[in-house]
Design a protein around this ligand. Structure first.
Ligand SMILES: Cc1cc2nc3c(=O)[nH]c(=O)nc-3n(C[C@H](O)[C@H](O)[C@H](O)COP(=O)(O)OP(=O)(O)OC[C@H]3O[C@@H](n4cnc5c(N)ncnc54)[C@H](O)[C@@H]3O)c2cc1C
Length: 286
């Protein structure tokens, strides 16, 4: 069986002078962002509106709109479950990577507190996401960027609204695949063969340390799963965001799993790319 711990210590300390922010694991993450932005501190404004606790943020190196917590995380206070030690460890010890840390899946330690070093000049981190800036590298006022990110997230159904089934989701269901350049080239060739040159030219590809990062949402759409794809009915793709598997009101875990399999298999058949889910699975497997 599964033991769930609810960590209720949620103090948030923001030092506007030095830019140092500390938050207890139980603090609601978006309150940490809001308090930092209110103090004019920059670095986490792009991570506005992400549900969950501050303590979970390092676990999968939470990221959005071109920012990741690894950009600003200095230390975490960990309770090591094997050694029974409670100590501050540098962020470098967590092997932070795209949606990954060595805490994810291992349950080796509890995060008790996090510490961030933010910038103090009132400006955001350099923006590189097209929907936030026309000029890559631009820095805008932090409050402006937070507002814009919240607006974009609402538009994609990424902010819970009990009336809107599109928002009944676990967020982005699949991570963006990182593949070696030869596979990226092969995927592009398949897109070219199936959809023509013009579509192949628009295929998102970003060079990263371990190869090329492709867009899961783009591949899903091109494999024949448009927004709102109905699956078996009780679980469908969100009508606002291809990467969100949504519960239309009465879906059970098995409905979500069936839809996830359908999509994973379809993308594999179309492009030879294996999509990997982002949420942690309990008692079920894909
Ligand atoms: C609508 C929606 C949008 C989302 N958008 C994004 C996004 O843009 N970017 C992104 O990166 N994620 C996103 N997510 C995923 C999610 O918000 C993050 O993973 C968040 O950090 C989860 O926080 P939680 O407190 O709910 O953790 P849980 O979901 O309860 O836990 C997640 C994992 O972390 C572990 N964990 C949690 N707290 C601790 C702790 N204190 N110490 C050790 N381990 C811990 C758990 O055991 C579990 O394995 C989204 C989710 C939803 C539902």
């Amino acid at each position: 069986h599964v033991v769930a711990l609810l960590l209720e210590f949620g103090d948030i300390n923001v030092d506007a002078g030095s830019g140092l922010v500390r938050a207890g694991a139980g603090a609601e993450w978006d309150r940490v962002v809001a308090a930092s932005v209110d103090a004019g501190l920059g670095g986490i404004e792009c991570l506005s509106g992400i549900p969950g606790s501050a303590g979970a943020v390092p676990v999968q190196n939470v990221g959005a709109y071109g920012a990741e917590i690894s950009d600003v995380l200095t230390r975490v206070r960990l309770y090591d479950r094997r050694a029974h030690v409670d100590e501050w460890v540098p962020a470098a010890d967590l092997d932070l990577d795209y949606r990954y840390s060595n805490l994810k899946f291992t349950h080796r330690a509890l995060v008790l507190e996090i510490e961030l070093q933010l910038s103090t000049d009132g400006l955001s981190k350099p923006l590189r996401f097209g929907q936030l800036t026309q000029q890559p590298g631009e820095r805008r006022r932090v409050a402006e960027v937070r507002e814009e990110v919240l607006r974009l997230r609402h538009g994609k159904g990424m902010v819970l609204d009990p009336q809107d089934h599109d928002t009944w989701s676990a967020g982005s269901f699949f991570t963006n695949p990182i593949v070696d350049p030869a596979l990226a080239e092969a995927v592009c060739a398949r897109v070219r063969a199936n959809h023509g040159d013009a579509v192949a030219e628009t295929m998102p590809r970003h060079a990263v340390a371990k190869g090329e990062k492709l867009s899961a949402a783009w591949l899903i759409e091109k494999a024949g799963f448009p927004k709102g794809y109905p699956g078996q009915g009780r679980a469908t793709l969100s009508t606002k965001h291809t990467l969100a598997l949504s519960n239309r009101g009465e879906a059970r875990a098995e409905d979500i799993v069936a839809l996830a399999r359908d999509i994973r298999d379809g993308v594999r058949a179309a492009f030879g790319v294996e999509l990997v889910p982002e949420p942690v699975w309990l008692g079920l497997a894909l």
